[in-house]
Design a binder for this molecule. Structure first.
Ligand code: ATP
Ligand code: MG
Length: 146
């Protein structure tokens, strides 16, 4: 199933994060697809706030992975835009951490073969005027998007 939601304002994205964050628990992997500037990091920041993470969430574009341990659950914020090969992802140790927290991955395409089969996917879009997201929840979360 796929759910289309228009994100007219930042508040719409904040509301979406407020809806999704309480559904997430350790072991969940959220893949965030979408062009540059489509709102993947903005969304992750809002989810972080809903998880009561105190630190300011910053884009992990250069470090690939940021860990936040002060919230309700550990949050692993990943950005694979600069990943060159799958091996680098294995070096990050992310796959060993997945079960212990919530993992949110921007630019997940390169990692798809390494990720658990069960991922919650959001496709962010911005055409210069309009913003929207297509949500493809994993089986476990489908009930919340009917
Ligand atoms: N409805 C909206 N939802 C999300 N972000 C919005 C919205 N309206 C405006 N914005 C702005 O759009 C920008 C989105 O940038 P963001 O860093 O989240 O993109 P990104 O998808 O993470 O890009 P990148 O691929 O470079 O990491 C932010 O500056 C945010 O303030
Ligand atoms: Mg980003």
């Amino acid at each position: 199933m796929e759910k289309y939601i228009e994100l007219k304002t930042e508040q719409d994205t904040i509301d979406l994060a407020a809806f999704i964050a309480p559904l997430l628990k350790p072991g969940d992997v959220v893949c965030l697809y979408g062009e540059l500037g489509s709102g993947k990091t903005f969304f992750t920041k809002q989810v972080g706030k809903m998880l009561f993470i105190e630190d300011e969430i910053s884009s992990p574009t250069f470090v690939l992975l940021n860990e936040y341990k002060t919230g309700k659950f550990p949050l692993y914020h990943v950005d694979l835009y600069r990943l060159k090969e799958e091996g680098e992802l294995l070096d990050l140790g992310l796959l060993d951490m997945i079960e212990t927290g919530i993992t949110m991955i921007e630019w997940p395409e390169l990692a798809e073969n390494l990720l658990p089969y069960r991922t919650f996917s959001l496709y962010f879009h911005f055409d210069g005027i309009k913003r929207w997201v297509n949500i493809i929840p994993d089986k476990e979360h489908e009930q919340f998007f009917v």
